[in-house]
Design a protein around this ligand. Structure first.
Ligand SMILES: CC(C)(COP(=O)(O)OP(=O)(O)OC[C@H]1O[C@@H](n2cnc3c(N)ncnc32)[C@H](O)[C@@H]1OP(=O)(O)O)[C@@H](O)C(=O)NCCC(=O)NCCS
Length: 424
């Protein structure tokens, strides 16, 4: 049995944030029914296309284990079908622009009337307030959530990060809200509305930077490199380059081969507890007792000198040799892995974190599998659905349309071209 077996999800999501959430629900065992505009579908199907005529990797990597129904929710018969889906489902997830669902005639009040047990989960760019009506994409959220202003180097512009903390990060937050609401429904019998704003989710992930904002009132942030460099702090949490986010100093350092390989680097942390081992490894044993070096606070104004010396050592080793030498001493280091190296790591395939998936249009591709492992709810990653692949199946098996009634619905223009599919 899967953890969410028996839970039906009406997946009204598109692009990345919402689909991340519903893909997780599908992996946990829910029956996820993705509603897509007839003949068009989720816009990502045709974005960043690498194989002409096939669904893009953007789409296939975010919509595993789902079923697809083509449905025009603005058509009268389409609204009838949507109403029946709302009656049947436990959860409705959407990430339309603000007001889009209301304009279709499906406000939260109406949805609750149709099914008081349903959980309606929404992603918007901003929570209630002056920006509530804005359309928002990933990088806007990274900027509005405080991540961009605190990422990058002090002498450079704000930076967005490659990790999709605005989209996928918000999808994760929403998913937690949904399962929490399902748990509460077990006791109350009532559904509820679950909302996650992308700005809020990014801010939640940038929590430590708000911590530092408040610490500024008590003086300079001593673990930031700029403290050791004598650069005064301003009014807001500054960009900290590659400084460690925690209380112990850390940097990204060059390794052997850095001249040719843009990823021949390691992260290196000099925690107080392993300082003496670091000194031995890099060949500076006298730093263990030398005044100005022996105690952590004394070292803070010498971090540039210390890391330059460590880098002289790391440059004589590959990033993997650094890992092999430092790990037995509990010195926290981490190789900077390229996506190429990650995609070739058989260890990640063994755990299901990476998966190879077959697809009828594009053949085999690599995807990220379920990153959350449940010991009693195994995940088998299945390919994403083709547009409208399950329209007839959902109409008949989930909603019970049959005979003339089914013909009426199919003939109404609300559900795409089913005859063409049957012929294929
Ligand atoms: C992502 C986003 C910016 C995309 O904007 P968009 O491409 O213009 O898409 P919208 O959500 O506005 O939807 C466009 C229209 O399609 C309609 N539509 C969607 N699915 C439909 C269907 N199955 N049948 C009929 N109409 C449909 C919507 O009702 C809407 O119509 P309206 O503008 O008349 O109300 C926007 O959806 C958004 O801000 N979402 C919330 C934040 C978010 O999740 N952002 C991150 C995305 S990764």
């Amino acid at each position: 049995m899967k953890a969410l077996e028996g839970i039906k999800v009406l997946d009204f999501t598109h692009v990345q944030s919402g689909p991340t959430c519903t893909q997780l629900l599908a992996w946990f065992g829910a029956d996820v029914i993705k509603v897509e505009r007839p003949g068009v579908g989720d816009a990502t199907r045709k974005q960043l296309v690498d194989v002409p005529g096939a669904d893009s990797l953007y789409f296939t990597m975010l919509n595993h284990n789902k079923r697809s129904i083509e449905l025009n929710s603005k058509n009268e018969t389409g609204k009838e079908i949507l109403t029946r889906l709302i009656q049947e489902c436990d959860v409705l997830v959407e990430n339309f622009a603000p007001g889009a669902l209301d304009r279709m005639g499906f406000s939260w009040e109406n949805i609750q009337k149709i099914n008081p047990r349903i959980i309606m989960a929404s992603i918007k760019g901003f929570g209630p307030g002056k920006y509530q009506d804005c359309k928002v994409y990933e990088n806007v959220a990274q900027c509005a959530g405080g991540s961009a202003s605190t990422t990058g180097f002090r002498d450079g512009p704000p930076l967005v990060t490659g990790a999709q903390i605005g989209d996928s990060g918000t999808g994760l937050h929403l998913c937690l809200g949904i399962v929490t609401a399902l748990f509460q429904r077990e006791k109350t019998g009532r559904g509820q509305k679950v909302s996650a704003a992308m700005q809020d989710s990014v801010l939640n992930l940038a929590r430590v930077k708000l911590r530092d904002q408040q610490r500024l009132a008590a003086g300079p942030l001593t673990e930031y490199s700029q403290f050791g460099e004598g650069v005064p702090f301003g009014e807001a949490t500054p960009r900290a380059g590659n400084d460690s986010g925690g209380g112990q100093p850390g940097r990204i350092l060059k390794c052997k081969g850095w001249e040719q390989d843009p990823n021949a680097y390691t992260y290196f942390i000099i925690q107080a507890a392993i300082w003496e081992k670091v000194c031995d490894v890099i060949g500076e044993p006298e730093w263990k007792t030398k005044e100005g070096y022996a105690k952590p606070p004394e070292r803070l104004d010498k971090l540039n000198e210390i890391f330059e010396r460590i880098e002289q050592w790391t440059m004589t080793k590959t990033k993997f040799e650094v890992m092999d030498i430092c790990n037995p001493h509990d010195i926290p280091v981490g190789p900077i892995l390229s996506m190429k190296e990650i995609s070739e790591d058989e260890g990640l395939y063994a755990t299901g974190t990476l998966v190879r998936v077959d697809h009828p249009e594009r053949g085999e591709y690599i995807s990220v599998g379920c990153p959350i492992k449940l010991s009693d709810s195994d995940v088998v990653v299945e390919r994403s659905p083709l547009l409208g692949e399950h329209t007839e199946e959902i109409l008949s098996q989930v909603l019970g349309y049959a005979g003339e009634d089914l013909d009426r619905v199919i003939g109404s223009g609300a559900v795409g071209d089913i005859k063409r599919q049957a012929a294929e």
